[in-house]
Design a protein around this ligand. Structure first.
Ligand code: AP5
Length: 223
Protein backbone atom coordinates (compact mmCIF):
# COMPACT_ATOMS: atom_id res chain seq x y z
CA UNK A 1 0.00 0.00 0.00
CA UNK A 2 1.44 3.43 -0.86
CA UNK A 3 1.75 5.95 1.93
CA UNK A 4 -0.26 9.17 1.85
CA UNK A 5 2.33 11.97 2.19
CA UNK A 6 3.10 13.95 5.30
CA UNK A 7 1.05 12.13 7.92
CA UNK A 8 1.52 13.42 11.46
CA UNK A 9 -1.28 11.77 13.40
CA UNK A 10 -2.38 11.45 17.01
CA UNK A 11 -4.41 8.38 18.08
CA UNK A 12 -6.77 9.36 20.86
CA UNK A 13 -9.16 7.15 22.80
CA UNK A 14 -9.77 5.26 26.02
CA UNK A 15 -7.57 2.40 27.26
CA UNK A 16 -8.36 -0.72 25.26
CA UNK A 17 -9.90 1.15 22.31
CA UNK A 18 -7.42 -0.51 19.93
CA UNK A 19 -4.97 2.37 19.38
CA UNK A 20 -1.89 0.16 19.71
CA UNK A 21 -3.37 -2.62 17.54
CA UNK A 22 -4.14 -0.17 14.71
CA UNK A 23 -0.92 1.84 15.08
CA UNK A 24 1.22 -1.31 14.75
CA UNK A 25 -0.66 -2.38 11.61
CA UNK A 26 -0.61 1.08 9.98
CA UNK A 27 3.04 1.66 10.83
CA UNK A 28 3.79 -1.55 8.93
CA UNK A 29 1.45 -1.07 5.97
CA UNK A 30 2.03 2.69 5.47
CA UNK A 31 5.70 2.79 6.59
CA UNK A 32 4.99 5.29 9.35
CA UNK A 33 6.97 5.65 12.56
CA UNK A 34 4.99 4.55 15.64
CA UNK A 35 5.63 6.32 18.91
CA UNK A 36 3.76 4.84 21.90
CA UNK A 37 4.40 6.62 25.19
CA UNK A 38 3.14 3.53 27.06
CA UNK A 39 5.72 1.32 25.28
CA UNK A 40 8.47 3.88 25.89
CA UNK A 41 7.61 4.03 29.60
CA UNK A 42 7.44 0.23 29.90
CA UNK A 43 10.89 0.04 28.29
CA UNK A 44 12.21 2.54 30.88
CA UNK A 45 10.67 0.45 33.67
CA UNK A 46 12.21 -2.77 32.29
CA UNK A 47 15.64 -1.12 32.03
CA UNK A 48 15.34 0.36 35.53
CA UNK A 49 16.16 3.92 34.40
CA UNK A 50 15.52 6.90 36.71
CA UNK A 51 12.42 7.76 34.64
CA UNK A 52 11.20 4.15 34.82
CA UNK A 53 11.59 4.10 38.60
CA UNK A 54 9.55 7.31 38.93
CA UNK A 55 6.87 6.16 36.46
CA UNK A 56 6.28 2.57 37.64
CA UNK A 57 4.07 3.22 40.68
CA UNK A 58 1.84 5.59 38.71
CA UNK A 59 1.47 3.12 35.83
CA UNK A 60 0.69 0.16 38.09
CA UNK A 61 -1.96 2.24 39.87
CA UNK A 62 -3.58 3.25 36.59
CA UNK A 63 -2.63 6.92 37.02
CA UNK A 64 -0.97 9.25 34.56
CA UNK A 65 2.75 9.99 34.77
CA UNK A 66 3.64 13.68 35.36
CA UNK A 67 3.29 15.94 32.31
CA UNK A 68 6.84 17.37 32.51
CA UNK A 69 8.43 13.89 32.37
CA UNK A 70 6.26 12.77 29.45
CA UNK A 71 6.67 15.98 27.44
CA UNK A 72 10.47 15.86 27.76
CA UNK A 73 10.50 12.17 26.71
CA UNK A 74 8.36 12.77 23.59
CA UNK A 75 10.04 15.98 22.47
CA UNK A 76 13.36 14.21 22.57
CA UNK A 77 12.04 11.65 20.07
CA UNK A 78 10.30 14.22 17.85
CA UNK A 79 13.55 16.17 17.57
CA UNK A 80 15.56 13.17 16.48
CA UNK A 81 14.38 10.08 14.61
CA UNK A 82 10.81 11.18 13.98
CA UNK A 83 11.72 14.57 12.54
CA UNK A 84 11.34 13.69 8.85
CA UNK A 85 9.21 10.55 8.63
CA UNK A 86 5.43 10.43 8.79
CA UNK A 87 4.41 9.27 12.25
CA UNK A 88 1.66 8.18 14.62
CA UNK A 89 1.63 9.29 18.25
CA UNK A 90 -0.16 6.60 20.28
CA UNK A 91 -1.12 7.55 23.84
CA UNK A 92 0.21 11.11 23.67
CA UNK A 93 -1.03 13.75 24.30
CA UNK A 94 -3.34 12.70 27.14
CA UNK A 95 -3.80 15.98 29.00
CA UNK A 96 -4.45 19.55 27.87
CA UNK A 97 -0.95 20.71 28.98
CA UNK A 98 0.58 17.87 26.90
CA UNK A 99 -1.54 18.90 23.87
CA UNK A 100 -0.48 22.53 24.21
CA UNK A 101 3.19 21.53 24.49
CA UNK A 102 2.85 19.40 21.35
CA UNK A 103 1.08 22.21 19.43
CA UNK A 104 3.86 24.59 20.38
CA UNK A 105 6.64 22.19 19.47
CA UNK A 106 5.12 21.30 16.07
CA UNK A 107 4.32 24.93 15.29
CA UNK A 108 7.92 25.92 15.85
CA UNK A 109 9.06 23.11 13.53
CA UNK A 110 6.55 24.21 10.85
CA UNK A 111 4.95 20.72 10.78
CA UNK A 112 1.52 20.82 12.43
CA UNK A 113 -0.62 17.76 13.10
CA UNK A 114 -2.49 16.48 10.04
CA UNK A 115 -4.93 14.07 11.75
CA UNK A 116 -6.28 13.33 15.21
CA UNK A 117 -8.07 9.98 15.10
CA UNK A 118 -10.56 9.45 17.92
CA UNK A 119 -11.37 5.79 18.69
CA UNK A 120 -14.99 5.67 19.90
CA UNK A 121 -15.89 2.49 21.86
CA UNK A 122 -18.61 1.97 24.49
CA UNK A 123 -17.09 1.73 27.95
CA UNK A 124 -18.77 -1.65 28.57
CA UNK A 125 -16.56 -3.27 25.91
CA UNK A 126 -13.26 -1.95 27.21
CA UNK A 127 -12.97 -4.02 30.40
CA UNK A 128 -13.12 -7.37 28.57
CA UNK A 129 -10.67 -6.20 25.91
CA UNK A 130 -8.13 -5.13 28.55
CA UNK A 131 -8.38 -8.00 31.02
CA UNK A 132 -8.07 -10.43 28.09
CA UNK A 133 -5.10 -8.68 26.46
CA UNK A 134 -1.77 -10.49 26.19
CA UNK A 135 1.35 -8.88 24.73
CA UNK A 136 4.36 -10.66 23.26
CA UNK A 137 7.39 -9.95 25.46
CA UNK A 138 9.67 -10.45 22.45
CA UNK A 139 8.10 -8.71 19.40
CA UNK A 140 5.37 -6.58 21.06
CA UNK A 141 2.47 -8.14 19.10
CA UNK A 142 -0.91 -7.61 20.80
CA UNK A 143 -3.25 -10.60 21.34
CA UNK A 144 -6.47 -11.26 23.22
CA UNK A 145 -7.60 -14.50 24.84
CA UNK A 146 -11.14 -13.92 23.51
CA UNK A 147 -10.96 -11.62 20.48
CA UNK A 148 -7.55 -12.58 19.02
CA UNK A 149 -6.23 -15.81 20.57
CA UNK A 150 -2.88 -17.37 19.68
CA UNK A 151 -2.78 -20.94 18.33
CA UNK A 152 -0.85 -22.17 21.39
CA UNK A 153 -1.88 -20.65 24.70
CA UNK A 154 0.76 -18.18 26.00
CA UNK A 155 2.98 -18.32 22.88
CA UNK A 156 3.16 -15.62 20.19
CA UNK A 157 2.09 -16.87 16.73
CA UNK A 158 4.46 -14.43 15.04
CA UNK A 159 7.78 -15.04 16.79
CA UNK A 160 7.28 -17.80 19.38
CA UNK A 161 7.90 -15.35 22.27
CA UNK A 162 6.20 -15.72 25.66
CA UNK A 163 3.01 -13.70 26.16
CA UNK A 164 2.76 -11.33 29.13
CA UNK A 165 -0.23 -9.91 31.00
CA UNK A 166 0.30 -6.19 31.68
CA UNK A 167 0.25 -5.36 35.40
CA UNK A 168 -2.14 -2.44 34.78
CA UNK A 169 -4.67 -4.72 33.04
CA UNK A 170 -5.98 -6.07 36.38
CA UNK A 171 -9.67 -5.10 36.76
CA UNK A 172 -9.06 -2.61 39.61
CA UNK A 173 -6.31 -0.78 37.68
CA UNK A 174 -8.44 -0.77 34.50
CA UNK A 175 -11.25 0.96 36.40
CA UNK A 176 -8.86 3.70 37.55
CA UNK A 177 -7.42 4.11 34.04
CA UNK A 178 -10.92 4.60 32.61
CA UNK A 179 -11.70 7.24 35.24
CA UNK A 180 -8.39 8.99 34.57
CA UNK A 181 -9.17 8.94 30.85
CA UNK A 182 -12.56 10.58 31.39
CA UNK A 183 -11.12 13.23 33.70
CA UNK A 184 -7.86 14.14 31.92
CA UNK A 185 -7.97 12.97 28.31
CA UNK A 186 -11.57 13.33 27.15
CA UNK A 187 -11.29 17.17 27.29
CA UNK A 188 -8.81 16.91 24.40
CA UNK A 189 -11.71 16.19 22.06
CA UNK A 190 -12.87 19.79 22.44
CA UNK A 191 -9.29 21.02 22.02
CA UNK A 192 -8.85 19.18 18.71
CA UNK A 193 -12.37 19.78 17.40
CA UNK A 194 -11.40 23.45 17.13
CA UNK A 195 -8.33 22.60 15.04
CA UNK A 196 -10.47 20.89 12.37
CA UNK A 197 -8.33 17.75 12.06
CA UNK A 198 -10.38 15.52 14.38
CA UNK A 199 -11.73 12.31 12.82
CA UNK A 200 -13.97 9.89 14.71
CA UNK A 201 -13.90 6.17 13.91
CA UNK A 202 -16.26 3.48 15.20
CA UNK A 203 -13.67 1.38 17.04
CA UNK A 204 -16.24 -1.12 18.31
CA UNK A 205 -16.11 -2.89 14.93
CA UNK A 206 -13.73 -5.74 14.10
CA UNK A 207 -10.08 -4.66 13.67
CA UNK A 208 -10.07 -4.88 9.84
CA UNK A 209 -13.10 -2.56 9.62
CA UNK A 210 -11.52 -0.11 12.05
CA UNK A 211 -8.39 -0.18 9.90
CA UNK A 212 -10.41 0.55 6.73
CA UNK A 213 -12.02 3.59 8.35
CA UNK A 214 -8.66 5.00 9.46
CA UNK A 215 -6.93 4.43 6.10
CA UNK A 216 -9.82 6.14 4.30
CA UNK A 217 -9.62 9.11 6.67
CA UNK A 218 -5.83 9.40 6.37
CA UNK A 219 -6.08 9.39 2.58
CA UNK A 220 -8.96 11.88 2.50
CA UNK A 221 -7.19 14.47 4.62
CA UNK A 222 -3.59 13.82 3.59
CA UNK A 223 -1.54 16.96 3.02
P1 AP5 B 1 -0.64 2.95 27.38
O1 AP5 B 1 0.22 1.79 27.14
O2 AP5 B 1 -0.68 4.08 26.40
O3 AP5 B 1 -2.11 2.40 27.65
P2 AP5 B 1 -3.55 2.97 27.21
O4 AP5 B 1 -3.69 4.28 26.59
O5 AP5 B 1 -4.31 2.78 28.45
O6 AP5 B 1 -3.92 2.13 26.03
P3 AP5 B 1 -3.87 0.64 25.94
O7 AP5 B 1 -2.50 0.19 25.51
O8 AP5 B 1 -4.37 0.02 27.22
O9 AP5 B 1 -4.99 0.34 24.85
P4 AP5 B 1 -5.01 0.45 23.28
O10 AP5 B 1 -6.03 1.44 22.87
O11 AP5 B 1 -3.63 0.61 22.71
O12 AP5 B 1 -5.59 -0.99 22.96
P5 AP5 B 1 -4.91 -2.29 22.26
O13 AP5 B 1 -4.70 -2.04 20.82
O14 AP5 B 1 -3.74 -2.79 23.06
O15 AP5 B 1 -0.32 3.62 28.80
C1 AP5 B 1 -0.06 2.83 29.94
C2 AP5 B 1 0.25 3.76 31.11
O16 AP5 B 1 1.45 4.53 30.84
C3 AP5 B 1 -0.83 4.81 31.44
O17 AP5 B 1 -1.86 4.28 32.28
C4 AP5 B 1 0.02 5.87 32.16
O18 AP5 B 1 0.33 5.50 33.48
C5 AP5 B 1 1.31 5.87 31.34
N1 AP5 B 1 1.27 6.82 30.20
C6 AP5 B 1 1.34 6.51 28.87
N2 AP5 B 1 1.26 7.61 28.12
C7 AP5 B 1 1.14 8.64 28.99
C8 AP5 B 1 0.98 10.05 28.81
N3 AP5 B 1 0.94 10.61 27.58
N4 AP5 B 1 0.86 10.83 29.92
C9 AP5 B 1 0.91 10.28 31.16
N5 AP5 B 1 1.04 8.97 31.40
C10 AP5 B 1 1.15 8.15 30.31
O19 AP5 B 1 -6.14 -3.32 22.40
C11 AP5 B 1 -6.58 -3.76 23.67
C12 AP5 B 1 -7.08 -5.21 23.54
O20 AP5 B 1 -8.25 -5.23 22.71
C13 AP5 B 1 -6.07 -6.16 22.87
O21 AP5 B 1 -6.14 -7.41 23.48
C14 AP5 B 1 -6.55 -6.25 21.40
O22 AP5 B 1 -6.24 -7.52 20.81
C15 AP5 B 1 -8.06 -6.05 21.56
N6 AP5 B 1 -8.65 -5.33 20.42
C16 AP5 B 1 -8.11 -4.29 19.73
N7 AP5 B 1 -8.97 -3.88 18.77
C17 AP5 B 1 -10.07 -4.67 18.87
C18 AP5 B 1 -11.31 -4.72 18.17
N8 AP5 B 1 -11.58 -3.87 17.16
N9 AP5 B 1 -12.23 -5.66 18.55
C19 AP5 B 1 -11.95 -6.53 19.58
N10 AP5 B 1 -10.80 -6.53 20.29
C20 AP5 B 1 -9.87 -5.60 19.93
Amino acid sequence: MTRPDGIRAVFLGPPGAGKGTQALELARSLALAHLSTGDMLRSHVARGTALGQRAKAFMDAGQLVADDLIIAMVEDRLRTDLADAGWILDGFPRTVPQAKALDQSLRSSGRPLTHVVYFAVPRTELMSRLTGRRTCSKCGAIWNVTFKPTTVDGVCDLCGGALAHRSDDRPEAVGRRLEEYERSTQPLLAHYRVSGCLIEVDASRVPSQVNDQIVAALRRNAG
